[in-house]
Design a protein around this ligand. Structure first.
Ligand SMILES: Nc1ncnc2c1ncn2[C@@H]1O[C@H](COP(=O)(O)OP(=O)(O)O)[C@@H](O)[C@H]1O
Ligand SMILES: [Mg+2]
Length: 374
């Protein structure tokens, strides 16, 4: 039986909707060797979008490599992942890439281990270390392979914000940029979560990755795109939901992709025939229940000042927190205190800075906070 809705993992096929413009733009970047930086809050659809574009490009001239570096905690952990994925995804057979980059491999011989499973898939562990390779050599590996194979390689790095967390991160970023910007046959698509970390990497003019490529801010999927998708899934399950009710549903979670699919699923479960106001409300309550553990964890160690700051936002204050009347009414402390509160809450991803001010980052967290402290 086909699941009606998917949330939490990247989506494809007929679970993937909309994004026509972004697909065209990203595709054009891929086909023309333009570097891309893709940013959005988490679970809006970055991974799904990149996968989608990957799946639409089918020429021998372009080779797309995808890697997720979420688990990398240091420079060399990253280099190992980087080379393993590149080697693995450029040649399906171990002996082939062994020849492709003989010199690169030679120095690893005692360390390389690889497993071949019955379907002839293999996994490699290279054991690269500062003793075996200089960073520049590793960063240059895709260009070497692209030249030898006569292809253009696109390297997609998911959860790229991790780089900003490495020790001595700026030096590492400088190394990457220096090597990567001269490559003729390789381009990069760097994307990740945690807005403030990504912005630190890419939007600060003194930082190495500033203006590295085309910057795409992924927006939410609009309600009119969700309506036919959700209505279809309901029909397939013998239920109905009106466009108005779907609009309400989308608004309740500010159109955040993963939440829309999650809430649509809970709503479907609660619907007897045609979704009523009450049934949608029950589904929203269930969504809050299901997510509350995470929110309790996220907010349990907040100080009184930090909670006060959140209360101000819930009261629709998004700017001028330092204004005397606001500072007093919400008891936010001194100017420097307010700056500290902001930084901490941004780092913990409880709040987010939009063009017109500071907001609660997550729509379900916002609803939860209204019930707890609002
Ligand atoms: N284009 C899309 N169409 C439908 N649902 C989507 C789409 N993009 C994302 N989603 C929803 O959001 C969830 C998270 O998507 P994902 O690509 O993993 O986001 P991100 O990489 O930004 O964290 C998916 O499980 C799905 O529920
Ligand atoms: Mg992702």
């Amino acid at each position: 039986m086909q699941k009606p809705f998917i949330f939490g993992t990247a989506v494809k096929d007929d679970y993937f909707i909309g994004r026509e413009k972004e697909i065209l733009r990203l595709r054009a970047n891929f086909e023309n060797g333009i570097n891309t930086i893709l940013m959005s809050p988490r679970r809006l659809g970055k991974t799904s979008l990149v996968n989608k574009v990957r799946s639409t490009i089918s020429t021998d001239k372009i080779l797309i490599i995808y890697m997720d570096i979420f688990s990398c905690r240091s420079e060399y952990e990253f280099y190992n992942k980087f080379s393993e994925e590149i080697l693995h995804q450029t040649e399906s057979r171990f002996d082939e890439w062994k020849h492709l980059v003989t010199d690169f491999m030679l120095r690893l011989t005692p360390k390389v281990s690889f497993k071949i499973d019955p379907t002839n898939e293999y996994s490699v562990s290279l054991g690269i270390s500062p003793k075996t390779h200089k960073p520049e050599e590793i960063l240059q590996l895709p260009e070497t392979i692209a030249q030898k194979k006569g292809v253009h390689i696109i390297i997609c790095i998911d959860e790229f914000q991790q780089i900003g967390e490495f020790e001595d991160s700026l030096t590492i970023q400088r190394r990457m940029r220096t090597v990567w910007q001269h490559q003729q046959n390789v381009s990069y698509c760097l994307f990740g979560n945690q807005k403030h970390l990504m912005e630190n990497l890419f939007l600060k003019s003194s930082y190495p990755f500033y203006k590295f490529g085309d910057l795409i801010h992924l927006d939410v999927i609009p309600t009119e795109t969700w309506i036919p998708y959700i209505q279809n899934r309901f029909e397939q399950n013998g239920k109905h939901i009106t466009a108005e009710r779907i609009t309400q549903l989308c608004t309740a979670v500010e159109n955040q992709s993963s939440y829309v699919q999650h809430l649509a699923w809970l709503t479907l479960l609660n619907t007897e025939q045609e979704t009523t106001e009450q049934e949608l409300q029950t589904a929203i309550n269930e969504l809050l229940d299901e997510t509350s553990n995470v929110f309790i964890e996220q907010t349990s160690r907040l100080t009184e000042y930090q909670l006060n700051f959140l209360k101000a936002i819930l009261a629709d204050i998004h700017n001028d927190f330092g204004h005397g009347a606001i500072r007093n009414e919400y008891n936010l402390g001194s100017y420097s205190n307010i700056a500290r509160i902001k930084t901490t809450l941004l780092e913990r991803e409880l709040i987010t800075a939009r063009k017109d001010g500071i907001y609660i980052a997550d729509p379900v967290l916002k609803e939860w906070l209204i019930r707890m402290i609002g």
